[in-house]
Design a binder for this molecule. Structure first.
Ligand code: NDP
Length: 330
């Protein structure tokens, strides 16, 4: 049975050398435990933070121990009354082909309600991140302008669509013309900007948003965000969801120059962790499921196949090789 461990704490951009695969026997299932077979593995930008040992909101991964992330698994054997063989579960689990676990923190998922992989994306952590961040911090209002960075990714593509459902004018920022086209044609965004080919982002945003920016859902940080913030309106709200453009930096960032601008605009900027709003998860999942059923909300996935492809799929997030949620299928 194979396991993927963290071999080194990456300096700068992670590489395949930072992971290794080990093989071991599967232990026997004890009373209260389950044997799980991994079906789908979520790879996420936040895992980069857990590979370093800097203090954070979750403890770092230990060296030479398995990496963990969101996993959908099938119950292969159960000695726990709450689960039966053949059930599917989602939870934070190790990067192992099979594993014996206690059932704490696992949630049953229904393959007849939605595709199993959706419980790692639109009906899982990234869908909740999009919903809570926009609703709780963005406080969206019909007719306002919403900008989403990282717009073609798992979180961003859902944020922009919720904005449209709520009647906002939505602009997405992404890293290729193909992604920008997808935002408009598949996800109904009003406008898109390819940050890799746009020379002056501040100007491009100003042109695309003649009424300014009321809500900014920030997945990337760095210079893209500076350019958005130069265009914000009075009483605008910025949701600091993530900052993937700086996750691999080895030097402290230079101070940004937009702060005086935030003062002038009486603008709110707030970070959050999706679990901050866990008490509202049920309501969020209900709403997201309803929008999916009504076909008001759509999602896309980039699915890689094979256990040994997990590290490469993770690395490819930093190259923008995914559209929507990046998932590995076993
Ligand atoms: P995505 O599906 O958006 O994948 C990452 C995307 O980031 C890539 O596809 C790429 O798209 C873009 N990207 C990579 N490098 C850069 C760069 N240097 N500059 C700009 N864009 C870049 O990932 P998620 O949707 O899972 O996560 C999005 C953000 O949300 C991340 O910052 C993540 O850490 C954060 N997050 C925060 C949570 C919270 O609780 N606060 C929970 C979950 C996620 P492109 O081709 O457009 O460059």
């Amino acid at each position: 049975n194979n396991t993927i461990n963290l071999k080194n704490r990456p300096k700068g951009r992670p590489s395949l050398d930072d992971f290794d695969i080990t093989t071991s026997e599967i232990p026997e299932v004890q009373e209260g435990e389950l044997l799980l077979g991994t079906k789908y593995v979520s790879v996420d930008p936040y895992l980069r933070g857990r590979m370093s040992d800097a203090p954070s909101y979750v403890p770092p991964f230990e060296l030479n121990k398995p990496i963990k992330s969101g996993v959908v698994a099938e119950v292969l054997e159960s000695k726990n009354d709450a689960f039966a063989k053949g059930d599917f579960v989602v939870g934070e689990l190790a990067w192992k082909e099979k594993q014996v676990v206690k059932a704490d923190g696992l949630m049953k998922v229904d393959p007849n309600q939605a595709a199993l992989s959706a419980y790692l994306g639109v009906l899982g952590m990234t869908g909740l991140t999009a919903y809570h961040g926009l609703m709780e911090i963005g406080r969206p209002v019909k007719g306002e302008t919403l900008i989403v960075s990282g717009a073609a990714g798992a979180v961003g593509s859902i944020v922009g669509q919720i904005g449209k459902i709520l009647g906002m004018h939505v602009l997405g920022i992404a890293g290729s013309d193909e992604k920008v086209e997808m935002l408009k044609s598949e996800f109904g965004f009003d406008e898109g900007i390819n940050y890799k080919t746009t020379e002056n982002m501040t100007e491009a945003i100003s042109e695309a948003c003649p009424n300014g920016v009321d809500v900014y859902f920030d997945n990337v940080g760095g210079e893209i965000s500076d350019a958005v913030l130069f265009n914000i309106n009075k009483f605008s709200r910025t949701i600091n969801c993530g900052a993937i453009s700086v996750y691999n930096n080895t030097e402290a960032p230079k101070s940004i120059s937009v702060q005086p601008f935030l003062v002038k605009k009486s603008s709110l900027m707030q970070g959050f962790i999706v679990t901050d709003f866990a008490d509202k998860n049920e309501e969020a999942i209900q709403q997201l499921s309803q929008w999916l059923q009504q076909e008001k909300l759509h999602y896309t996935e980039t699915i890689r196949e094979g256990f040994d492809q997990i590290p490469q799929a993770f690395l490819d997030l930093f190259e923008g090789k995914n559209k929507g949620k990046m998932i590995v299928k076993l």
